[in-house]
Ligand binder design. Structure first.
Ligand code: GLA
Length: 371
């Protein structure tokens, strides 16, 4: 790596609770992970961004004057989109060589794309001699995901990837972007991350569909309630006006209203170190994502059910967008090995292949190291 001048990283993330809430303007509770994307970078004095990967043979050269034109190139499009949006924010893009090394498993629901986008922008800003404003980087990365990659996502992933803090979860108000860092003190319990390994995740279209359904709910409820976003609708208001919504739209809105309440309770539970209560909230969140929001699927349901049935587990739920990817479970530390073995066997029996577990710490968001 000695030919590069900087090493810049940005994190993957878990979301402890508050799922499909960010784009509804509510509070979410993610934490950045030590699984991350690393960009090794140096300026090259040309008008090209040359990209290589540690895990791929591909090499891509992007013309810094045509960054808007790489949507369909496959590998390299996240980097192109990120650089493009950063340039649209008025930042100078410097020609460079970069080597990308991602330890966030792709398609895992742990936000590999956010980690790539955020670290790429942070790396470009670094070699341009800029002081990094992590929130601005997160917002540009979100714009890249939405306008370049076509996923109409909220801000949670990019914010966690950029602004995460080791040992802390982030209570992020997605309407105001106010963020409170809450120490993750789980005592005798560990947070275990497991991937259901479902192949071929068709997340994008379903994700955008859910988002449209919540917008439909808000368009009906806002006149009645004065709510500016769906997360502001109370359960009493939903009970009163819910009959105005189509049944699927009502179910989505009910999930949002109740999940916001679970986030409030989870904040208290985490601050009190009450893992039993937190575990119950995780289970309730998964049930709601399965029954009301319909973003789980048989693989995530089997994985969460296997986890929930183990004695050492206080609670388990899918994390991230859903339809595949990972669960997070709260598991007694001295039972973790047995838990992993048990869940793996039970899941394989139900689905036909094994899940994977990841060892990760709660880590910082963007890091910059001069080489
Ligand atoms: C994906 C999106 C986020 C968020 C989650 C669901 O990860 O990128 O913005 O909406 O799904 O909570």
């Amino acid at each position: 790596m000695d030919k590069y001048t900087y090493k810049v990283t940005a994190a993957g993330r878990i979301n402890i609770i508050g799922e499909h809430i960010d784009y509804c303007g509510g509070k979410v509770f993610p934490a950045a992970l030590s699984l991350c994307n690393t960009v090794y970078i140096r300026p090259n004095g040309t008008d090209k961004i040359n990209i290589e990967w540690t895990t791929l043979k591909n090499k891509v050269a992007l013309d810094i004057n045509k960054l808007g034109e790489y949507k369909d190139i496959g590998y390299g499009s996240y980097q192109a989109g990120s650089a493009y949006m950063w340039s649209l924010n008025g930042h100078k893009i410097v020609g460079c060589d970069m080597l990308q090394d991602c330890t966030v498993p792709f398609g895992s629901g742990l936000s590999s794309s956010a980690a790539i986008e955020v670290s790429t922008i942070a790396a470009l800003a670094t070699i341009a001699g800029e002081r990094i404003n992590a929130v601005e980087v997160a917002l540009a990365a979100q714009r890249a995901e939405r306008e370049y990659s076509g996923v109409n996502c909220g801000i949670m992933d990019q914010y966690a990837s950029a602004c995460g803090k080791a040992g802390h979860a982030m209570l992020l108000d997605c309407k105001t972007l106010d963020c409170e860092y809450v120490p993750v003190r789980t005592g005798d319990y560990a947070i275990v991350i497991a991937n259901c390994n479902k192949p071929h995740n068709l997340v994008e279209s379903k994700y955008n569909e859910r988002r449209a359904e919540t917008e439909e709910a808000l368009s009906v409820l806002k006149d009645k309630t004065g709510a500016a976003c769906l997360a502001e609708v109370t359960s009493d208001e939903l009970a009163r006006y819910g009959k105005l919504l189509k049944s699927n739209v009502y179910a989505r809105a009910k999930h949002v209203v109740e999940e916001c309440e679970r986030v409030r309770l989870a904040e208290v539970a985490m601050k009190n170190g009450d893992m039993v209560e937190l575990g119950k909230l995780l289970n309730a969140s998964h049930a709601s994502l399965k029954e009301l929001y319909e973003v789980t699927g048989k693989e995530l349901d089997a994985l969460a059910a296997a986890a929930q049935s183990h004695d050492a587990c206080l609670g388990s739920r899918m994390t991230g967008g859903g339809f595949g990817g990972c669960t997070v479970s709260i598991v007694k530390r001295d039972g973790v090995d047995d838990f992993k073995r048990y869940v793996s066997e039970k899941y394989e029996k139900a689905i036909g292949y094994k899940p994977s577990c990841y060892d990760a710490d709660i880590a910082d968001g963007i890091t910059v190291t001069k080489l």
